[in-house]
Design a protein. Structure first.
Length: 134
């Protein structure tokens, strides 16, 4: 009986520690990508209002940097987050890129907002709290 209790306690500890680690990485990833997307949103709004601060090439490079950052984080996030959730973010980033290239900045901002919303939703959905446990 004592052996089983110890094994159960060890398993619970491993689960809690694993969840803390994954939650921290998810939060860090969402914050990093959201901050990059918010900076891009400022640039897109400036383009929309014709107060061009950045050229289209610079905007394209910024989007490519965000996509590369996402791809590097996607592999680790895919271990514990549903793939369809991650695909939604990837779809929005692709739409953002294409809309920005065609200079449809209003639609690009909408896609950017959707992407930020989905990232925040992923963070909340996989948070370690009583609501999500039960």
């Amino acid at each position: 009986m004592r052996k089983e209790t110890i094994i159960c306690i060890i398993i619970v500890i491993i689960i809690v520690v694993g969840n803390i680690i994954t939650q921290k990485y998810t939060k860090e990833s969402v914050e990093s990508l959201s901050n990059d997307l918010e900076e891009l949103k400022i640039d897109l709004k400036a383009k929309l209002n014709n107060s061009e601060e950045k050229t289209n090439e610079e905007m394209s490079k910024a989007i490519d940097k965000i996509k590369e950052d996402w791809e590097s984080r996607h592999d680790k996030l895919a271990y514990y987050i549903e793939h369809n959730e991650l695909e939604k973010v990837e779809d929005n980033l692709t739409a953002l890129d294409s809309l920005s290239e065609t200079e449809e900045y209003a639609d690009a901002i909408k896609e950017l907002d959707k992407c930020v919303f989905i990232l925040k939703h992923i963070q909340e959905k996989y948070a370690f709290n009583l609501e999500n446990i039960f």
